[in-house]
Design a protein around this ligand. Sequence first.
Ligand SMILES: NC(=O)c1ccc[n+]([C@@H]2O[C@H](COP(=O)([O-])OP(=O)(O)OC[C@H]3O[C@@H](n4cnc5c(N)ncnc54)[C@H](O)[C@@H]3O)[C@@H](O)[C@H]2O)c1
Ligand SMILES: [Zn+2]
Ligand SMILES: [Zn+2]
Length: 401
Amino acid sequence: MRALTYHGAKDVRVDTVADPILEQSDDIILRVTATAICGSDLHLYHGRVPETEAGDIFGHEFMGIVEDVGADVTNVKVGDRVVIPFVIACGSCFFCQHDLFAACETTNTGPGAVIHKKGIPPGAALFGYSHLYGGIPGGQADYVRVPKANVGPFKVPTTLADDKVLFLSDILPTAWQAVTNAEVGKGSSVAIYGAGPVGLLSAACARMLGASIIIMVDNSDHRLAYARDAYGVIPIHFEKDDDPADSIIRHTPGMRGVDAVIDAVGFEAKGSATDSLMTALKLEGSSGKALRQSIAAVRRGGVVSVPGVYAGFVHGFSFGEAFDKGLTFKMGQTHVQKYLPELLEHIEAGRLQPELIVTHRLALEDAAKGYKMFDQKTDNCRKVILTPGAASGTLGSATDR
Ligand SMILES: NC(=O)c1ccc[n+]([C@@H]2O[C@H](COP(=O)([O-])OP(=O)(O)OC[C@H]3O[C@@H](n4cnc5c(N)ncnc54)[C@H](O)[C@@H]3O)[C@@H](O)[C@H]2O)c1
Ligand SMILES: [Zn+2]
Ligand SMILES: [Zn+2]
């Protein structure tokens, strides 16, 4: 089959690789009909995730048709159309029973798990996300093996096109977890750092929940313009504004700051010279730029919700300011399985239209071009969907400029 594989930093290629086979009795084989490139894939693409090896197949946002099932699969049958959560969870361990699927303690049995402290189980394995996260081949491919198929695969109605439901695999539940962690509700004020797919869908969810002020920070003019037009956000360009946190505060009553901030950027945030130097020298794992700004912009007693991925230590984490303000922090990988039924209802009712963020539909064969474009945000790129089986160059590029 054909699959997008890693060959080194900024070098991904579509190669011919062995077809996946059923390995456990509760596995399925899925024929992928649509798969997307995520901001998390960019961390892999930049060579920033340890234990990513040449030949690894990427892709954790995918859906398709069940092609084959193991003897113990009862949740789905051959021919079913399903979306696959990026988190692989067993459904029965301590954490799964508490709906904390991303903390599943049984699925990451890969060699990367040994770096975790002795005796403490790692969190869940993820599709296509390095050997640190289980070494499970991803779904930017013609076919993919899906372990724990009685827990993950989520059937979707045939009336909804792939584009409408594909993001149930990751970024829609991620945005939803981000806004619910941020306690966004009617009349809330919220600032969102990052106008990538996660930030944009967070704005969509916040709007649906009745937020009254949504402020969005990025340095991408086209992403900010889209967010302003589609979700009514107040855009702030962080290269044209010295201190976005200060500007955010100025938009709030009594200059108190926003009720919540969502950091949808993460550890590769464009930062200060110190951040860049510290991470380049590998003295620290993460740029703290977006996080420091989030702490500065939120009001006393507010929430900082962090869907953006972090690794290792963060330079200048202003814990004293956070303590003084009495902040709550909530963060982590998304417990995808928990949110799917309610999000599908919102999509079916038309309250959420996640497909509107898509700008590019490419054949899987053109995936390397898609990575480059999404990484550099050229051609007004916001989100790329890849279609396996289509011939190179046959699908349209931007659909919405
Ligand atoms: N928690 C989870 O389960 C989960 C799931 C999906 C994605 N993520 C993470 O969420 C983050 C966003 O994902 P995405 O798909 O939207 O990625 P993306 O890379 O497309 O978007 C990130 C955006 O942040 C902007 N940015 C960079 N530095 C900034 C700064 N200092 N201030 C404000 N904006 C800045 C970039 O211009 C870009 O538009 C990534 O870290 C990704 O790994 C986490
Ligand atoms: Zn993702
Ligand atoms: Zn579990």
